[in-house]
Design a protein. Structure first.
Length: 184
């Protein structure tokens, strides 16, 4: 573990404040769920909880099914990271932090269908990737219990590719299904 040099006291209700610098670095926001663990040495470990991450194997299988059915790179994300990828570019996307564009799309609950040939610039999916190397995208937020908890994304690297209602409906179905899985 990395020492920060920051010491906090527990208050009378058993609460401790996580310093702003650490929250910012780990992208922990007000209301985010945290898992609490202890280890054999008596250390308390806080870990940001990802409900979609709990469905890791299931998310991977769903991404694989979308890729096989539609031929595009399929991604399933939680609020912060890419959880599952199937198709080209997997190595460049898996476990990467999401770009703020995707976070804003999830927060606004909008569905996006874009192509470079008709809409111009595409949204960046992962942080640090300001010039996407794909030509079309579909982004659909995953909603569970009224909260945006992730997204289903399709990307095409084919020159001049466009996405249509088939890809949008497939992503909407996947997002709705994943959201329902989280509610049960």
């Amino acid at each position: 573990m990395k020492a920060t040099g920051i010491v906090r006291r527990i208050d009378e209700l058993g609460r401790v404040v996580i310093p702003k610098e650490i929250r910012r670095t780990l992208r922990i926001r007000e209301g985010d769920p945290l898992e609490i663990f202890t280890d054999r040495e008596g250390e308390v470990i806080l870990k940001k909880y990802s409900p979609i991450g709990e469905l890791g194997d299931f998310a991977s299988e769903y991404a694989e099914s979308l890729h096989q059915a539609l031929g595009h790179t399929a991604l399933i994300c939680d609020k912060d990271n890419v959880i599952a990828v199937s198709g080209s570019g997997k190595r460049d996307l898996i476990d990467k932090s999401l770009h703020e564009d995707i976070e804003q799309i999830m927060a606004s609950r909008e569905r996006v269908v874009r192509s470079a040939s008709t809409d111009g610039k595409l949204f960046s999916v992962v942080s640090g990737d300001e010039t996407p190397d794909y030509s079309a995208e579909v982004i659909v937020p995953i909603i569970a219990s009224g909260d945006a908890i992730g997204a289903v994304i399709l990307l095409s690297r084919e020159s001049g590719a466009t996405m249509n209602t088939t890809e949008l409906k497939a992503c909407e179905t996947a997002a709705h299904f994943m959201g329902k899985q989280m509610e049960t």
